[in-house]
Design a protein around this ligand. Structure first.
Ligand code: RAM
Length: 523
């Protein structure tokens, strides 16, 4: 458990065995169900270079037509699933005088099937691409694919057989897995159809990400990221209500920390749980939010007491990052997350996150009656708030700025509103101005859009929030989503921070929160 290698000098993982053991005891049962594809589809690129289904044919569990060298078949499993695929392949014609050679591609989205993977030049490893090459020496054969896939479409291409035989595929199925039980979620009554559909897709997204932990995306990264966990947990409190899974993840983050007890940005799950050597300032602070939300949802004082020191430690570490002027020091590189917008300066938004989370920490300290901590937190909240108003607020522009070039972004305004640096009236005016002036540095993730919707709801702009849920998440459905995506920029639908949209995740945790908003505030 303790040995760990990292390319970061002096990096070490700190282990709290008691916490890790508690997390292990909460390991969930994985529920399984069998899914079979019901259609065979054919794809083509349209004029905008998007992949579209141009032909469908029913496939009711029977066998495919005969396929020879260079021919392919693409199965549609009806909806997104996470699981293990099996199929049978048999030879037709003369006795097979050479192995069969297959390429199997699995895709959450059609682009993953349509694009040739060898054209991928992005910076995330191409090994995430769900594509396998298989030699089959003896036919017939049952192929049990060893990896877990996240997909809706599966294409099998025959790369070669021999001129003397062809192959047929049959008994195709997937054992779908999740630790979430769909039967636990009440269906929504009394909402319009569009909203009900958005809720359904959001619940499905959360369901497919709930495995032995809350994964960020079952295709990629299959990891426990804290920014994602926070939003999943919120959605979970209004749907599956699996409090133990949140508790397990809290104990994992608390039990496997980095140097000085810093909560890491994410945890790797297998072959054993370890903390990643990446630290993101906003993500470490969200440990505070995760604990705060968990306590709000459950009233579980035992967990609050036990994990409070870890939460407070994140506040202390962040307070050390405040510069002389009372503003979080700006840095180069991947030091905080906030959003994937490529030009975003993060300083202003992180200042907002700091104030927001320190306020939550203070509320927990009040529950626990910790007078010294309350006082310290109070001082820092006040100092950071005054500094934000004095140093980052630009009266002439009517916006908060960020970084040495005074960048105005959506993210900075949203986090300052959520931090309640201003009064409610001023928050409302700032949000209205944001839509009116539409600063160029906008948002590209559903994650950041979540916080925009939250800011609108908490500041008397429910109609606008609803409009965004319907337009942004609703538009994703129009564009073919059966789970919500990691990235979505309506102005550039192929946007990817990684260099290609085939590596994007199309069932992504941080995208699942429309169900939280709808169920908590809108019905
Ligand atoms: C993405 C991950 C994850 C997120 C990080 C910061 O790459 O998929 O969802 O939390 O970025």
């Amino acid at each position: 458990m303790d040995e760990y290698t990292s390319s970061i000098e002096n990096f070490k993982m700190e282990v709290n065995r008691n916490f890790v053991e508690k997390a292990m005891e909460l390991e969930p049962l994985i529920l399984k169900s069998k899914v079979i594809p019901n259609q065979i589809v054919r794809l083509e690129k349209d004029v905008d270079a998007n992949w579209k289904v141009i032909e469908k044919e029913n496939f009711l569990g029977n066998e495919t037509r005969k396929l020879g060298k260079g021919e392919a078949v693409c199965f549609d499993f009806k909806s997104h699933i996470v699981g293990y695929v099996t199929f049978r392949v048999k030879a037709v014609g003369s006795p097979p005088d050479a192995p069969a050679y297959l390429r199997v591609k699995l895709g959450e989205a059609l682009c993953e099937i349509g694009e040739e993977s060898n054209t991928y030049k992005g910076w995330l490893s191409s090994s995430w691409i769900q594509e396998e090459f298989i030699h089959i020496d003896v036919l017939p054969a049952v192929i049990r694919m060893p990896r877990r896939y996240a997909f809706r479409y599966m294409e099998i291409k025959v790369l070669d057989t021999s001129p003397k035989y062809k192959v047929v595929f049959e008994e195709i199925s997937c054992t779908a897995v999740s630790s979430a039980d769909m039967n636990k979620v009440k269906t929504l009554g009394g909402v319009d159809q569009n909203l009900a559909k958005i809720d359904e897709v959001a619940v499905k997204t959360l369901h497919d990400c709930m495995q032995s932990v809350f994964e960020d995306g079952p295709k990629r990264d299959r990891r426990l990221w804290i920014g994602d966990l926070r939003l999943q947990a919120l959605a979970n409190y209004y749907t599956f209500k699996n409090y133990d899974l949140v508790k397990r993840c809290l104990y994992l983050f608390a039990g496997l920390t980095q140097n000085e007890g810093r909560v890491g940005a994410c945890l790797f799950i297998e072959p054993r749980m370890i903390v990643d050597d990446t630290a993101l300032l906003d993500y470490s602070l969200f440990f505070i939010s995760c604990l705060y939300d968990y306590y709000e949802a459950t009233g579980d004082e035992e967990v609050l007491k036990e994990l409070w020191p870890v939460a407070y430690k994140q506040a202390e570490l962040a307070m050390q990052e405040i510069g002389e002027e009372g503003i979080i020091k700006d840095r180069e590189g991947f030091w905080a997350f906030i959003d994937w917008h490529k030009d975003l300066n993060k300083q202003g938004a992180v200042q907002g996150v700091l104030i927001y989370t320190l306020k939550q920490a203070k509320k927990m300290a009040e529950v626990l009656n910790l007078s010294k901590e309350i006082e310290i937190l109070n001082q820092y909240i006040q100092r950071s708030t005054i500094a934000a108003l004095e140093k980052l607020w630009d009266e002439k522009e009517g916006f908060f700025t960020s970084g040495k070039h005074g960048q105005v972004s959506w993210a900075t305004q949203i986090w300052m509103v959520l931090a309640d640096v201003f009064t409610k009236e001023k928050n409302e005016a700032l949000l209205d101005r944001l839509f009116e002036k539409n600063p160029q540095v906008n948002m590209v993730t559903p994650y950041m859009n979540h916080y925009l919707v939250e800011a609108l709801i908490l500041n008397n702009r429910k109609d606008k929030a609803l409009e965004i849920i319907k337009n942004y998440w609703g538009q994703m459905i129009q564009d073919g989503a059966d789970c919500f995506w990691e990235l979505y920029n309506p102005e550039n639908k192929k946007e990817s921070p990684y260099g290609s949209n085939i590596i994007n995740s199309y069932c992504h945790a941080w995208s699942c929160t429309p169900t939280y908003f709808i169920r908590k505030y809108l019905v």
